[in-house]
Design a protein around this ligand. Structure first.
Ligand code: PAF
Length: 284
């Protein structure tokens, strides 16, 4: 596996592979890789000839007071994980090359960026969209693989990719979970043993709401309240939102329609840690 730091070198390498008729997949990450990332990389390997994993803790998607300065890092382990999977390139751009002096551009996806995560973290998706656009231009992938765990992020990325004509196919791979249902996340390292146990309430709440939907529930408020009541059964959990919405448009009708694909999304604070999870379900 080759480590590349320069954007022009990454572009040249990707172009060479493509000129030889090979397909290129990109898995964007912020490092501190876990089994969820590993499954995205395997997905990429199965679907392309060459796999690039980018590792860049992107400052512009963190707001003041969030965990940018303390975001977990373990380069040696990340290198070992990517090597073991057979990743071809680890792209680790330098912050000053990604955001040179005078950097003054933005990628803004209106509407879907503003709800849910966007209402608590108003600048987050602008940072994500800009850095992912930059990673696409640096790595020139045919496909890019993202985890469903960050559902709203995948929708924002799909939207700007389509709107701005990036020739990249966006693949969303399922969330990897611990045996007790906790969605894998680099931020789980912040949780104590007790908090890990408390955090299983997110998946339990999604499951409860899914069961109600399968049994015929269609009222959005009832579905949201099932999730909220379940989350509130754990004292330490402080829900930010628990919302059902159309899985493609984020519309929030009073009642969902038969056959409609919807997403249930939860965000909570547990101590200082913010946790999110979601599930997608088609109404019977
Ligand atoms: O999901 C992430 O780790 C990040 O938001 C991403 C897509 C790598 C952009 O920095």
């Amino acid at each position: 596996m080759k480590i590349i730091r320069s954007i022009t070198e990454m572009q040249a390498v990707s172009k060479t592979h493509k000129s030889q008729g090979e397909t290129v997949a990109l898995v964007p990450t912020m490092g501190y890789l876990h089994k969820g990332h590993a499954s995205l990389m395997r997905h990429a390997k199965e679907n392309a000839d060459v796999v690039i994993v980018s590792l860049f803790v992107n400052p512009t998607q963190f707001a003041q007071g969030e965990d940018f300065d303390s975001y977990p890092q373990d380069f040696e382990r990340d290198k070992a994980v990517t090597e073991e999977i057979g990743v071809n390139y680890l792209f680790m751009p330098i912050a000053s090359e990604m955001y040179p002096d005078g950097y003054n551009s933005s990628v803004v996806v209106s509407g879907i960026s503003k709800k849910f995560e966007g209402s608590t973290r108003p600048t987050h998706f602008n940072g994500v969209a800009a850095v992912v656009a930059k990673l696409f231009n640096a790595c020139l992938p045919d496909i890019a693989v993202f985890g469903q765990k960050d559902y709203q992020q995948t929708l924002v990325i799909k939207r700007f990719t389509r709107d701005l004509n990036f020739p990249v196919e966006i693949v969303v791979a399922p969330t990897k979970r611990e045996k007790d249902g906790l969605a894998m996340s680099s931020r789980n390292v912040y949780l104590s043993e007790q908090e890990c146990e408390d955090a299983t309430i997110l998946f339990k709440s999604l499951t409860k709401a899914s069961e109600a939907i399968k049994a015929g529930e269609r009222s959005r408020m009832v579905i949201n309240n099932i999730m909220l009541d379940s989350l509130n059964s754990i004292d330490k959990i402080n829900p930010d939102y628990a919302c059902a919405a159309d899985a493609d448009t984020f519309d929030e009708p009073e009642e969902f329609a038969r056959g409609q694909r919807i997403v249930l999304m939860i965000a909570v604070y547990l101590g200082k840690t913010r946790l999110i999870d979601n599930t997608v379900i088609t109404l019977p």
